[in-house]
Design a protein around this ligand. Sequence first.
Ligand SMILES: [Zn+2]
Length: 213
Amino acid sequence: MRVGGRLWLVMRASRAAVAAAGLLALLALQPEPARLVEAASARAGPHARALVLSSQARRYLALQYRSYPTEFMGCMIGEISGNAVLVRRIAPADVEPAQSTATHVVPKQTCEDAGWMGTVGMIHSHPTGERCWYYFPGTQVASSDAQSFARQPYAVDAIMCGDRVVWISRDMVQQQVPLVEQRQTAPPRSRRGNRVHAGSAATSGDGGDGGDD
Ligand SMILES: [Zn+2]
């Protein structure tokens, strides 16, 4: 997703001012995005440390990724259990075809408005598998994807990057989970309908390929 950078700067400046003054009254002066972040943060509860993708979610992502030369977008439906976000299935987000390019995708409406309840976050793809980060490597500079996440109400956000899913929760710590289950760990049996496979949520060192977002 790509959005204007100016908004983010305004937001950062405003947040810094709030921190410095320590005055709740200043909250009223914040532009909308900062208030959204805080609201979402409160709603999401504990910060997620693991993103667990069901088999359906993995299949859907692999298939979509193979099928589209432009960015696709999905609604991750599931639940938050302690520090883990369990993604049971992924539903298509409502995207205007013109709003999906090789480097950009914007939903036409929210997942809820599109009819998907229980969305814990959105996921979009980077068809070339590049620039899969929320912060430019080695910096605190937010990418356009981090800026988009800041304006969303969901607990987590994710980027489908071919062999891995890079994701972030409200603590803004980027993590990643391999798309293909690792052989060494036997998939745990879920008592309920969907089989959920535990993905090891490794913190991303993210070597990166120095692309420009
Ligand atoms: Zn992106």
